[in-house]
Ligand binder design. Sequence first.
Ligand SMILES: O=C(O)CC1=CCC(=O)O1
Length: 255
Amino acid sequence: MNAVDVHYIVEGPAEAPVLVLGGSLGSTLRIWDAQAARLSSRFRVVRFDTRGHGESPVPPGPYTIADLGHDVIALLDRLGVSKAHFCGVSLGGMTGMWLGAYAPDRIDRLVLCCTSARLGPPEMWAERARTVREQGVAALADTVVARWLTPEYAARNPGLARDLRDMIAATPAEGYAGCCGVIEHMDLTGILPTVRAATLVIAGADDPATPPTHGASIAAAIPGARMAIVPHAAHLANVEQADTVTALIMEHLDG
Ligand SMILES: O=C(O)CC1=CCC(=O)O1
């Protein structure tokens, strides 16, 4: 597994504790826009584009969850950061679980947002990868954004829903398909009991993709983990209930 040099931006005071933010399948680092200003008042916030997404390199897929984890370790190395907090949403949360288990000396506290340790059925991810390789990611952008936001929120915020749809559609097909391969083959359930980082699991109450039962399983398996369910939020609770999720992250990392 070869790490790639992912694209990143850094915000916040140079001497502050480092907080790395990882995004979901089909997103760029802009998925944390609503959190960035507040989090960077307290932390040195490092946001990155997952490989195959945004401005990061797009190596041929499929990728593995270990690939995504090693990309983060390589990023910490490039920045000269020995240990950081990590907060990831969805695919980013999966990367966070891997890091917590396999790079415990590099990870301080963990926030796992709207995620799952095993997200089946595998055939669905294989089918998605096939679809985007044949037709491009735009072919499923409407379907995915309907999982990201509740219908009520999307109706009240049509401009934002359109921006998110465009973000998904702009994802390189090979990068998106490569990350579908991560989820298709990933099962992190066995490693969760080895995670020693203080962990907060956040779930959106109305998330159709990684429902609160998935978060509850993660929280039950990681020693001492806490869980928060955010009302009126679908898969991207950090977008739909931005202030609530920012407050939960701050409280956990400062605790
Ligand atoms: O794309 C989806 O349907 C939801 C999702 C699963 C993993 C991820 O990052 O997003």
